[in-house]
Ligand binder design. Structure first.
Ligand SMILES: [Zn+2]
Length: 374
């Protein structure tokens, strides 16, 4: 199976410029390839092949105006051409809309390097025509596995490299033996696990709330500044605005990392208990998001990310993940006697059953989930 590691980079100023320019080349090549394809498609209903585009690009590079392309790795343009091809393929299959050009402002800044062009050590990575860049974090990349691809991308103000590696199937892991585990997800408590462990919602922690407060203040500040600096219909970016925007991007990245790290920790801990299988609810995230009072809270919980991580981590350890039906009344059934409590309201935090069972609502739900037959 494949696994991707995303590692933060610590480029110096010169390298940062080269990374930005490489992402620019990738975007340029994507748009250039798309333009050729669109032109042919709109004229004849056919498309141009990748090989054709690569030949055209090689010719273009020989002309004086495009000499600058030699300063960058061939891999960047090659992969961008491939991406534009994929975009058209998805469009032909009806899986995506008609491909659009990438904009500097809206699209993700990223590019690829081929496996055989990249070198890496424990602390550094060498990208073609950019040089050795230091990793900001080290230690958890398995050196023994062979990488398949490298993708470099920018998030907020930071650069990351995603390394995809092939990991042998779970056959060499010991077979899980322990009791099945049920997980109840929620906004009040992020996850209640049937083995008794409880994961609080990290967004309720003081540190995170302070950071969010600061973020909101900066966002208000910036919209005020924009209004003040309005010149006719165009905005003028002052030094202060740029500074505030940087601060906002930095905060957003940090918050995002705090949340994702927390989920990584949680999902790893759950899978590490080696249950025979894991049962979780099928959350109707899109449906819940329609409630505008909850949408923001739900988005911050990253429920989809939890499911994604549980899926791959369970898979890696040979644990099966079962997703319970969306309508299974896990919180209404008493985990002691199995009687359904139809009067239980959403505001009731405790389940009080006629059989005498008193239990936390979420814990009750997680126990019921753990017993769901596979
Ligand atoms: Zn009962």
């Amino acid at each position: 199976m494949m696994k991707a590691y995303k590692i933060k980079l610590n480029p110096n100023n010169k390298q940062r410029t080269l990374l930005e320019r490489s992402a620019g080349v990738s975007r340029w090549a994507y748009n250039w390839a798309l333009e050729q394809k669109k032109k042919r498609y709109e004229e004849t209903g056919k498309t141009v092949s990748q090989a054709d585009l690569r030949k055209r690009l090689t010719k273009l590079k020989q002309t004086d105006d495009y000499q600058w392309l030699f300063q960058f790795s061939n891999n960047i343009t090659k992969q961008a051409i491939k991406d534009s091809d994929e975009a058209f393929k998805r469009f032909f299959k009806g899986q995506a809309r008609y491909p659009r050009f990438k904009s500097k402002r809206k699209s993700k800044w990223s590019f690829y390097n081929d496996n055989h062009k990249v070198k890496r050590s424990d602390t550094h990575i060498r990208l073609e025509k950019i040089g050795w860049i230091r990793f900001a974090e080290t230690g958890y990349l398995p050196i023994e596995f062979k990488p398949l691809s490298y993708r470099v991308s920018r998030e907020g103000l930071h650069w990351f490299v995603s390394i995809t590696v092939e990991i042998p199937d779970s056959s060499d892991y010991s077979t899980p033996v322990n009791e099945p585990i049920g997980i109840d997800l929620g906004i009040k408590t992020l996850a209640t696990v049937s083995d008794g462990s409880v994961y609080v919602n990290i967004n309720k922690k003081h540190e995170v709330r302070q950071m969010e407060k600061r973020l909101r203040r900066l966002q208000r500040q910036i919209s005020r500044k924009y209004k003040m600096n309005k010149e006719g219909s165009r905005y003028r970016k002052t030094c202060n605005i740029i500074k505030t925007e940087k601060e906002i991007a930095r905060l957003q990245t940090r918050l995002n990392h705090i949340r994702t790290n927390y989920i990584h920790q949680m999902t790893s801990e759950i899978v590490r208990t080696k249950p025979s299988h894991i049962v979780m609810e099928d959350l109707n995230v899109r449906g819940m998001m329609k409630n505008k009072h909850l949408a923001d809270h739900i988005a911050k919980c990253h429920f989809r990310e939890i499911r994604r991580q549980l899926t791959y981590k369970a898979n890696q350890s040979g644990v099966s993940l079962v997703v319970a039906d969306r309508w299974y009344p896990s919180s209404r059934i008493c985990c002691e006697c199995g009687v359904m409590d139809k009067t239980l309201k959403l505001s009731d935090r405790k389940m009080k059953c006629e059989c005498g069972n008193r239990i936390d609502r979420d814990m009750n739900a997680s126990i019921n989930l753990s017993r769901l037959a596979v």
